[in-house]
Design a protein around this ligand. Structure first.
Ligand SMILES: [Zn+2]
Length: 390
């Protein structure tokens, strides 16, 4: 039995960095039970968007585990996993030489370290800074929002083993500017890092609002985070005192787990942030599904979307859970993004494609689908871009 569990652990770890020593999650947490309607009095934006009655809601199986409600979802069989882990050639070819990496994927010092007084000074615009993988800092509508913060060297329950980052974080938690809200897409180790959560909580405490998927609130509290809210798909909440900016948890096609025992006990999803001047969409980690058309219909157009473009090969093993660049462009179109940033690449070794391929394939896909290729861009680690400056 131990051998079977060990093999299973290995397979899962190869697919996604998720073996853990300690069970953290529970379904018992108290949560904010928000109305599914977007017409609540708390949000003055309610006239400009509406959650349709026929959007896809979250679903659980008879054991209480969340399931993907789309026909495009299929979890790979054990045989498929075995083939992926043992037989597939890894073409990522990440250089071991630091000079080559510094040339191909430079890590820049984010602007806010030298110019902290500039933070939040975006007027009607939106500034985005890529901090590697799925960690993105967004300044919009006088709020600073951070997505899936991972500042550790490994996406793993332990820091001596597990997928190591080949490009370090461009700054530390201590070097971040003021952060008002953190969005968590799901509990996989490359998106939810206990050390980063602890460091952010140590620095900002109750002032920092955590928006997390349904089922994760107990875990957040076990880390000491008091100002956290867990949401089901299509529910909304806000940063206390800032009712003019709505944070909706929206669907994605993925799965989650941090231990051998907690698979899909916590929901996964994307985040939609609707402010008076800007709309931001964070896709998290996802396969392609019809959810994005629903999100576009309810909340589009978006000023900026952060959409994954990496960790997609081989398709037979990863298609359900990770989009490839062409599917990322379909999301960009479905949600009606004016601009998108490619994330979830160039940081951790998670899949088999050549490490520099995601932005190249993204450009090709934008051309093939008749899109203006400047509208879906990538940034260097630590680099920023200001959109819609007035
Ligand atoms: Zn994941």
């Amino acid at each position: 039995n131990t051998e079977v569990i060990n093999l299973y652990s290995f397979l899962i770890a190869r697919m996604h960095p998720h073996i853990c020593k300690k069970k953290h999650t529970s379904l018992q947490g108290e949560r904010r039970n928000m109305s599914h309607s977007s017409d609540g009095p708390s949000c003055p934006l309610s006239k400009s968007f509406r959650v349709d009655q026929d959007v896809t809601r979250s679903r659980r199986d008879n054991r209480g585990c969340f399931v993907n409600p789309w026909s495009t979802w299929k979890f790979p069989s054990n045989l498929t996993l075995l083939r992926f882990c043992l037989l597939d050639k890894d073409n990522s070819n990440i250089p071991t030489c630091k000079e080559v990496l510094d040339r191909e994927l430079p890590v820049l010092e984010p602007y806010f370290i030298q110019d902290p007084q500039e933070v939040g000074q975006t007027a009607m615009g939106l500034r985005v800074t890529w901090l590697g993988h799925a960690s993105v800092l967004v300044e919009m509508d006088d709020l600073v929002v951070l997505t899936d913060p991972v500042f550790s060297q490994r996406a793993s329950p332990v820091q001596f083993a597990g997928p190591k980052r080949f490009r370090g974080p461009p700054c530390s938690v201590d070097q971040l500017p003021r952060v008002d809200a953190v969005l968590i897409s799901h509990s996989h180790y490359d998106h939810l890092d206990v050390n980063s959560v602890m460091a952010l909580n140590m620095r900002f405490g109750k002032k920092l609002r955590w928006f997390v998927p349904l089922g994760l609130l107990d875990w957040m509290r076990s880390c000491g985070c008091e100002n956290a809210v867990e949401l089901d798909w299509w529910e909304k909440d806000c940063v206390p005192g800032r009712n003019d900016v709505a944070f909706f948890f929206t669907p994605s096609q993925h799965w989650c787990g941090r231990t051998l025992l907690d698979k899909n006990r916590v929901l996964w999803g994307s985040w939609t942030v609707l402010g008076p001047h800007n709309r931001f969409f964070f896709a998290g980690d996802t396969g392609y599904c019809t959810a994005f058309q629903e999100i576009g219909r309810c909340f589009g157009p978006f000023d900026l979307a952060a959409v994954p473009i990496g960790a997609y090969l081989p398709r037979y093993a990863l298609k359900s859970q990770h989009v490839d660049p062409e599917e990322a462009v379909r999301i960009h179109i479905d949600i009606q993004a004016k601009h998108s940033l490619g994330i979830h690449w160039g940081t951790f070794t998670l899949a088999c494609e050549y490490y520099l391929d995601p932005p190249v394939k993204l450009k090709e896909a934008m051309q093939q689908l008749g899109q203006d290729e400047d509208k879906f861009f990538v940034l260097k680690h630590g680099e920023s871009r200001l959109l819609n400056p007035s």
